[in-house]
Design a protein around this ligand. Structure first.
Ligand code: NMX
Ligand code: MLT
Length: 439
């Protein structure tokens, strides 16, 4: 067994024993109560999922194994001392729970490079789809098509003992993570560069290679991609994509199935599609206002019109966070450091000034502050990745790090099939009002 996998096994197996012991000895412990309001507003705040990779605090934002984003930027290994850490270091942290040494992070990077071969039929599946298919449709289909490679599926068919499920899941997870940049770049080059594909460079890191295969080789873009891949990598277990992968995985579906399903959730406009909807909406605004430099008053009017039309302001609000997303702040700081006077970056900054008081005045909106998506498009656009219908695919490449690390945990813990209870609406009404009715 190679040593990173062995270290994962040593750490996770200890926790797996704790998971089983808690299940056996403390199953009756009451964790809280569930209100009707929670059921009717998307199960918010109910402690239902065990996820070890990261934890989201409403007032503080995300911590990955206890580390905030600024702490990760300081502590995780970098290739370029002036740059951003490489995401492989974060993957190591989420798997093993320790900040890796430079050598550990580079070893993991090399391990991923050896796993990066994408089967030809996956390219064929992508090529068979019309170019009008959305990039996320192509991405999800491509991931599903790679299930032919699943070690878990083969091991299960061969009758492997359940205590070894994690091993084949680990292999699938790492292979899939390794292959996603190639798949994503293939979709990008096919759609926007006339299928002039670029081979991977095995000497580059995972994020640098994605930039390279998309056609971007500057150190500036590598720095941005490393930041982007780190901040989007995980957001505890309850977000739609992570929860979907976990749920599908609970049926012992193979990791390719789980992640393809997760990506169809990420493609929803209230979740990852906001990554591209923000910039779409910003351009729509500039076009309608017929200026590249709108006043705050013009921006405010446009935002109010968006709300009056019954639409959401993309990039603002959050199901859990109740303050500015630290992933937004990390990108804002990046822009302040490296970008001077850019149209879309200026507009993202202006929106941060204008939008929160408007959303705050609506009353029902619980969080008027920006989330990760309010800035990412402006940065990508500035660096020349202007095809924003592709942005959510990049989100999907990054999210694999946390979601698939969690899936391996689920399997080593021996998590059971997930199966909550449902009732007709009339049942809930009866609980609340004591009356029977049709609905
Ligand atoms: N613009 C307009 N209305 C909003 C917004 C917004 N940005 N945020 C929340 N609301 C509305 C929401 O639609 C709901 O309306 P109604 O009662 O009529 O159904 C009401 O305010 C209460 O919603 P909340 O409880 O504050 O938020 P919820 O947890 O339901 O939804 C989001 C969270 C993130 C889905 C929501 O804030 C939103 O739609 N934001 C815009 C889309 C977006 O940026 N999504 C990306 C999330 C991050 N990610 O990358 O995945
Ligand atoms: C995410 O990164 O998954 C989003 O912020 C949505 C969430 O956490 O619910």
């Amino acid at each position: 067994m190679e040593y990173i996998k062995y270290r994962f096994y040593q750490k996770a197996n200890k926790c797996a024993k704790e998971f089983q012991r808690l299940k056996k000895e403390h199953a009756d412990v009451v964790l809280g109560e569930v209100t009707l309001g929670q059921v009717l507003t998307g199960m918010k705040g109910i402690p239902l999922l065990v996820t070890d990779t990261s934890k989201l605090d409403p007032a503080e934002g995300i911590r990955f194994k206890g580390y905030t984003i600024p702490e990760l930027q300081e502590k995780l290994p970098k290739i370029n001392p002036d740059g951003e850490p490489i995401p492989e270091g974060l993957l190591y942290l989420m798997l093993i729970g320790e900040i890796p040494s430079q050598e550990d992070a580079l070893n993991l990077s090399r391990d991923l490079a050896t796993r990066a071969h994408v089967p030809q039929h996956t390219f064929d599946v992508i090529d068979a789809m019309p170019k009008t298919s959305k990039p996320m449709t192509q991405f999800s289909a491509a991931i599903l098509s790679m299930a032919t490679e699943s070690s878990f599926q083969k091991a299960y068919r061969a009758g492997v003992n359940k205590k070894y499920y994690w091993d084949a899941t680990y292999e699938d997870a790492m292979n899939l993570i390794a292959r996603l940049p190639r798949v994503a770049a293939y979709i990008y080059r096919r759609q926007f560069h006339n299928s002039k594909h670029i081979e991977p460079n095995p000497h580059l890191d995972w994020a640098g290679n994605l930039a390279h295969m998309m056609g971007f080789d500057s150190e500036d873009i590598r720095r941005l991609f490393r930041l982007y891949m780190i901040i989007h990598a995980d957001h505890e277990g309850g977000n739609v994509s992570a929860h979907t992968a976990h749920l599908v995985g609970s049926a012992l579906s193979n990791p390719y199935y789980c992640y393809a399903a997760a990506m169809t959730g990420l493609a929803g406009p209230l979740h990852g599609l906001a990554n591209q909807d923000v910039i779409f909406w910003m351009f729509e605004m500039l076009e309608e206002l017929d200026t590249d430099t709108p006043t705050d008053e013009q921006v405010a009017e446009y935002c109010k019109k968006t709300l009056e039309d019954g639409r959401v302001i993309p990039g603002y609000g959050h199901a859990v966070l109740r303050k500015t997303d630290p992933r937004f702040t990390a990108q804002e700081e990046f822009a302040n450091k490296y970008i001077k006077d850019d149209k879309m970056v200026n507009l993202a900054n202006q929106l941060y000034r204008v939008v929160p008081p408007i959303l705050g005045s609506v009353g029902k909106i619980k969080n008027p502050w920006p989330n990760v998506d309010a800035y990412s498009g402006s940065l990508l656009y500035h660096y020349g990745i202007k095809e924003y219908s592709f942005y959510t695919v990049m989100f999907g490449v990054s999210r694999a790090l946390g979601v698939l690390a969690s899936l391996v945990n689920d399997r080593i813990y021996g998590m059971p099939i997930e199966r909550p209870t449902s009732h007709p609406l009339s049942w809930f009404k009866e609980q609340a009002e004591g009356k029977k009715s049709d609905c």
